[in-house]
Ligand binder design. Sequence first.
Ligand code: IPE
Ligand code: IPE
Ligand code: MG
Ligand code: MG
Length: 320
Amino acid sequence: MGSAESVLAVIEAGGAHVPSLMDRLEARLAEAAASHGAVLAEHAGSTIAAGGKRLRPLLVFVAAGPTEPDAGLLRAAVAVELIHSATLVHDDVLDAAELRRGRPTVVATAGRAIATATGDLLFSRAFAELAANGRADELRVLSDASSALAEGELLQRADAWDLGVTRERYLARCDLKTARLFQAACELGALEGGGPAELLGRFGRRIGLAFQILDDVLDVSGPAERTGKHRGTDLLDGTVTLPLTIARERGLNALDLRAVRTAAAAEHLCDEIAATGALDAARAEALAMVAEAKADLPRLSDAQRAALELVADGVVDRYA
Ligand code: IPE
Ligand code: IPE
Ligand code: MG
Ligand code: MG
């Protein structure tokens, strides 16, 4: 989300029960991170304590609609954010990223072995959390999303440095690594709240795709003070994203990404990509996806629709 106000607006539209659920979420996340020894407590704890937008658990709550806030719904939201946290820790290993949420990453601080174990433990805590709901359908939703994430990360490595990667393949990668967890967040909320899980899942998947496009725009635009991540991280690890593809379509000279080796070189290429207008063009593609997702929302209460629409808008109207 772009700002604290937009989250507050969603919370307001989502119902009076949402703020207290978000508070309970924080407490449960902190407990989960502290529960399995000193190493997990330190590294998982610092990842979680560094904050983050908490967009996926918010989606779980909003997708559940005006339901009695119960322990099952809270567990679903906690599980989704724990999966997200696990993937961030692992993703920073794969992407050789140094900064996350404005702080040094686990891999930069403690090395690859500890980052791998921290991510593994966070994954495991997520499933333990959701298992307490005693619902095989919910576990399957989370497991499908987690498998997709792993596939997406591998696809990204497979396509690294390939400037010829097609839009279709790029979108398939974003779908796997990001959109499917947004889908899961909406499905879990709907399963807990008794709403149309499949249709809400489809909504989540579409806004998740738009979310990743925006993330790729922010990787180029920065600034790190806002995003909490270094600018040009994608370029340095060979990840070809929509802004770069559009910039090349607009005449940015063919280049060898492997020659981009320093932070300064990456920032320079970011400036060149931005100068082609590619960032606005990519943003426009994300906006169109969000508009379609909103237009296809199923019949819901006015308040729930308003809350989901606010979240959808926040996915593309953001600077962090
Ligand atoms: C970052 O997600 C990883 C992506 C899928 C792009 P967020 O931008 O939601 O990260 P936090 O939780 O707010 O730090
Ligand atoms: C999202 O892609 C990967 C995950 C699913 C965690 P990125 O690699 O672009 O995410 P950030 O920019 O590191 O947060
Ligand atoms: Mg990354
Ligand atoms: Mg990124």
